[in-house]
Design a protein around this ligand. Structure first.
Ligand code: TPU
Ligand code: MG
Length: 570
C-alpha cells in the first residue's frame, strides 16, 4: 500500500478516481519503474483492485475481456517494453469495439530536454514515438506534459473511449503520477452519452418507412456492433414489432436470444447454421443492425448480400441514397419499433425451410474422443449461467454451431482474431462475473500463445473450465494453406497446470482420450470451484468441422486473388 500524504491529491489519485467512477473495479497491471508510483496511487483507491498479469500482451487481453463483461476496462503498463506488447490487446479492443483505457508510465519530464538516453527506449532522446504509435490504435491518445494538464487530458481520453466504444491511451510521466492535482468534477461530464439529433432521428425513421414500403420479405441481420452499442433490448423490441426473421452474423452470436421464435440461425454464407443463408437470400429487404462485412464473415467475399441494404450502425443510419449522422442505434430501433408494420412472411417461409433437429450420436464411454463428441458434451454443459469463449481455429466453428440456452453468453474475437486471446480474456471477464460459469474452447496452438495466464486463474482462484482441443497443430491454417509450419511441439498440458499450481495452487489438469474420460473430467470441472480446470481433449489431426474446410477454402481463394493492376504481358 502506498503511504498517502494526508491532504495531498495527485495525478495518480485523479486517474484512480476517474477509473472507479466509470465503473472499473479491477485494473490489470504489469509493473515497471516508469509506472510504480502510479500503481501505488491506483492501489490506494478503495474501489479498485489491482490484478497482476504475467506479461503485457496478456494484460491487455485480460482488460479486453474485462471490457466485454464490464463495459470499460483499464490496463496499466510500463514504457515501450510493456506498452508495445499491450498495443496488441489494444488493437483487439479497437477492432472489437471495446473501451479499454491503456495507461503507460513514461520517462521523467526533465529527460527529453536534457537529451538523456534512457532504458526501455529506442536509445534516442525523442520520447514521443510511443504516443505517436498509440494514436493509430486508439480513438484518443494523450500524453500528460504537466500535472496541471492531467484532469483535462484524462477526462478527454476516457470520455472519447466511452462514447466511441474504442480504446484510448493515457501516458503519465513517472515524476507526475505523484504530483499535486485538483480533484475531479462531476463524472457526468465524462460519462453522459450524446443523444441522437432529433431531426436526424425523425428523418431516418421516415426513410426506413420508405425503404420498407412495398417490400414483402424483410429480414433483420444482426452484427457484432449491436451488442457493443448496448442495443440488445431495443433490437428485441424492434424485431418483435417487425415480426420477421432475424439472422445473426457469427460475431454477433448471443446478441439475440436463440430460443426466440424469430431466430433463424447464424448467417455465415455457405457455413451458416439452421437455414439462415436461405432466409437471407430469399429476402427482398435487409435491415442490417451493427453488421460487419469482412472477408471472414462473408466467407472470402462469397456471401456479400446483393440487395440494397438499410444499415443501422452505432451512431448513424444509411440507406441506398441517404445517410443520417448522430442517430444512436438504440434510440433509432426503439423509435422505429413504434412505426413499422408487422410482417411475418419470412417466418411462414422459415417454418418450411427450417431443418429438422440433427440426429446426434452419443459415443460409447470407451470410444476414442472425437470433435463431434466434444461438441455434444459441451452442448450439455451450457446453462443460463454459461459464458462461452471460443478462440480462433476450429473452436470458432464448433462454438458457432452450439445452441445457446436463454441467458447463456458467447464471446468471440473474430475481427482481430488473435490466437490465444481466450485465455487472458476469459480470465479478465470471469473476475467481473464470478456468478457465471466461464467455459473456454481453445486449440492447442492458440493455448501456447498465452498459456501463462492460467497461472493468474490459479492465483486468483477463478474457476474457469478450459477445454483444450489438442489436434496437434494449426488445423485452421492447414485448411487455408498447408505447410510444415502448421505443425507444433506437443505439450503435456495437464502437467503444465501442475507446474502453475506449484505448492499453493488448486487448479486441475485432466486428460481426456475417450468419451467417458471427457464426461468424467467435465463432472469434476463442474464441482471444482477453487481454481481453473483444464481438460486436454485429444482428437485426430484431421478431425475438424466441415464448416472449417469449406470456409478455409474460400478464404484461401480470397487471399490468393492476383494483383488487379497486372500488365497485359504478365
Ligand atoms: O483448431 P485449430 O487446430 O485450428 O486451432 P489451434 O491449434 O489453436 O491453431 C490455430 C492456428 C492459427 C494461426 C497460427 N490460426 N490463426 N493463426 C494465425 C495467427 C498467428 N498469430 C496470431 C497472434 N494470431 C493468428 N490468428
Ligand atoms: Mg490445433
Amino acid at each position: 500500500m502506498a503511504v498517502q500524504q494526508p491532504g495531498k491529491f495527485t495525478v495518480g489519485d485523479y486517474l484512480a478516481e476517474r477509473l472507479a467512477q466509470v465503473g472499473i473495479r479491477h485494473h490489470f497491471v504489469v509493473p515497471g519503474d516508469y509506472n510504480l508510483i502510479l500503481l501505488d496511487k491506483l492501489q490506494a483507491h478503495p474501489d479498485l483492485k489491482e490484478v497482476g498479469c504475467a506479461n503485457e500482451l496478456n494484460c491487455s487481453l485480460a482488460a479486453e475481456g474485462y471490457a466485454r463483461a464490464n463495459g470499460v476496462s483499464a490496463c496499466v503498463v510500463t514504457y515501450s517494453v510493456g506498452a508495445i506488447s499491450a498495443f496488441n490487446g489494444t488493437g483487439s479492443a479497437y477492432a472489437e469495439n471495446l473501451p479499454l483505457i491503456l495507461i503507460s508510465g513514461s520517462p521523467n519530464t526533465n529527460d527529453p530536454s536534457q537529451y538523456h538516453i534512457l532504458h526501455h527506449t529506442l536509445g534516442h532522446p525523442d520520447y514521443t514515438y510511443q504516443y505517436e504509435m498509440a494514436k493509430k490504435i486508439t480513438c484518443c491518445a494523450v500524453a500528460v506534459p504537466r500535472a496541471i494538464d492531467a484532469p483535462r487530458l484524462i477526462d478527454r481520453a476516457i470520455r472519447a473511449a466511452i462514447l466511441a466504444r474504442k480504446p484510448c491511451y493515457i501516458e503519465i510521466p513517472t515524476n507526475l503520477a505523484g504530483a499535486t492535482c485538483v480533484r475531479p468534477g462531476p463524472i457526468s461530464a465524462v460519462m453522459d452519452p450524446i443523444t441522437s439529433d432529433k431531426n436526424a432521428l425523425e428523418a431516418a425513421a421516415k426513410c426506413a418507412a420508405e425503404y420498407l414500403d412495398g417490400k414483402l420479405k424483410p429480414v433483420i441481420l444482426v452484427g457484432p456492433k449491436a451488442g457493443r452499442a448496448g442495443a440488445e433490448r431495443e433490437l428485441l423490441q424492434f424485431a418483435e414489432a417487425m415480426g420477421c426473421a432475424v439472422a445473426l452474423q457469427p460475431a454477433a452470436k448471443g446478441m439475440f436470444p436463440e430460443d426466440h421464435k424469430q431466430f433463424v440461425g447464424i448467417f455465415w454464407g455457405q457455413v451458416s447454421s439452421d437455414a439462415a443463408d436461405a432466409m437471407v437470400h430469399w429476402a427482398d429487404a435487409m435491415i442490417c443492425v451493427g453488421a460487419v462485412f469482412n472477408d471472414y464473415s462473408t466467407v472470402g467475399w462469397t456471401a456479400v448480400p446483393n440487395i440494397p441494404l438499410m444499415t443501422v450502425d452505432m451512431d448513424h443510419v444509411t440507406f441506398p441514397g441517404a445517410h443520417f449522422s448522430r442517430v444512436r442505434m438504440s434510440e433509432f430501433l426503439s423509435h422505429l419499433a413504434t412505426q413499422v408494420t408487422f410482417n411475418d412472411t419470412t417466418m411462414i417461409e422459415y417454418k418450411r425451410l427450417k431443418p429438422d433437429p440433427p440426429h446426434v450420436h452419443t459415443a460409447e464411454r470407451e470410444e476414442a474422443l472425437s470433435r463431434k463428441e466434444i461438441s455434444r458434451q459441451v452442448q450439455e454443459m451450457l446453462t443460463d449461467k454459461t459464458s462461452l469463449f471460443v478462440d480462433t481455429g476450429d473452436s470458432w466453428f464448433n462454438g458457432i454451431q452450439l445452441k445457446l440456452p436463454p441467458g447463456a453468453k458467447f464471446e468471440i474475437e473474430m475481427q482481430w482474431g488473435h490466437i490465444g486471446w481466450s485465455i487472458p480474456a476469459a480470465f479478465g471477464y470471469a473476475l467481473r462475473h464470478p456468478d457465471r460459469h466461464t467455459i473456454v474452447l481453445v486449440g492447442d496452438g492458440s493455448f501456447q500463445v498465452t498459456a501463462q495466464e492460467v497461472s493468474q486463474m490459479v492465483r486468483y482462484k477463478v474457476p474457469i473450465t478450459i477445454l483444450l482441443i489438442n489436434n496437434r497443430g494449426y488445423t485452421i491454417e492447414v485448411e487455408i494453406h498447408d505447410g510444415s509450419y502448421n505443425k507444433i511441439k506437443n505439450w503435456d498440458y495437464a502437467l503444465l497446470v501442475q507446474a502453475f499450481n506449484s505448492t499453493d495452487g488448486h487448479a486441475k489438469g485432466l486428460l481426456a482420450n475417450t468419451a467417458g474420460e471427457l464426461a468424467d473430467a467435465i463432472k469434476m470441472a463442474e464441482s471444482h470451484k477453487e481454481g481453473p480446470t483444464l481438460i486436454e481433449c485429444t482428437i485426430d489431426q484431421d478431425d475438424c468441422s466441415k464448416e472449417l474446410i469449406t470456409w478455409g477454402h474460400y478464404v484461401a481463394a480470397a487471399n490468393a486473388r492476383p494483383p488487379r493492376n497486372m500488365s497485359v504481358q504478365e
